[in-house]
Design a protein around this ligand. Sequence first.
Ligand SMILES: [Zn+2]
Length: 308
Amino acid sequence: MSPSDLRLGIDLGCSRLTGAIVDADHRVHAERRLAVPVGDYSATVAAIVEMVGILESDVGIEGLPVGVATPGRLNASRHLICGSHADWLNNRPLPRDLAATLGRNVRTAHKAGCLAGAEQRSGGSAGARRVFAAVLGSGVSGALMIDGRLVGGANGFAGAWGHNSLPWPSAAEMRGAPTCGCGLSGCIEAWLSGPGMSRDHERRGGHALAAPDIVARAEAGERLAGITLRDWLARSARAFAMVINLIEPEIIVVGGGLSRIRWLYSEVPKIWARHCATDDLRTTLVPAAHGEVSIACGAALLWPEPGA
Ligand SMILES: [Zn+2]
């Protein structure tokens, strides 16, 4: 292992950082998690800097290239984070502030783009020509990769799927459409994010629970939790069907905390065909092969391969 082979990536979540150091062959040499204060931009910057120090100490090398996967995207003209469900990051010059604090350049990209990059190079979508990467977590985002290249788009937000309206809503869903952090109502993120599932469960009379607890109760046979999970899966299927109808991906790869819900991969493909414009649907739905650390690996890979 040469020090020049290593790169450091951090997945910035609402309340947690996931960091990894990877080499040119995409092997993970160090992996860490760190709580990050919710709602505090300065503390978020400080936590990222602390994470860099911890990871570099793990491998005994300083000054590694750093990439950060962010919720929201970087405004192309003003270089400020925008569209993040973690709203304390919006309109903040995160790359500039991190570079100033760390004393080195820092690359940033949105989480879904990092997920797409990591999975395309050595993960579940390696070799596929048309891939949609979806992040289901405290927020919902997406990215489109065609022939190994991330599609940016004229405005830089191609694949930003979370703030489309949930398709084919029932009358009850139209009446009860939840308000989204973007200010609209009924967005896919408002339904499918972890907080979205929690709010939906409470609306139907359930306890205030985090999404993994709802899933665990559903799997244990609790009726109300089972209904919440069933509806979440059906809405996921409709939201993915819209993506299939628009861009026909070979593979949809899912990352983020809710990608651990195994029912996604067994149940959603049974439902989505009803909403797709073909009776011979070949798109597959897979979890991120790199698991929880996939987005952090993708952030590290924002830096070019050594010698590239
Ligand atoms: Zn929205």
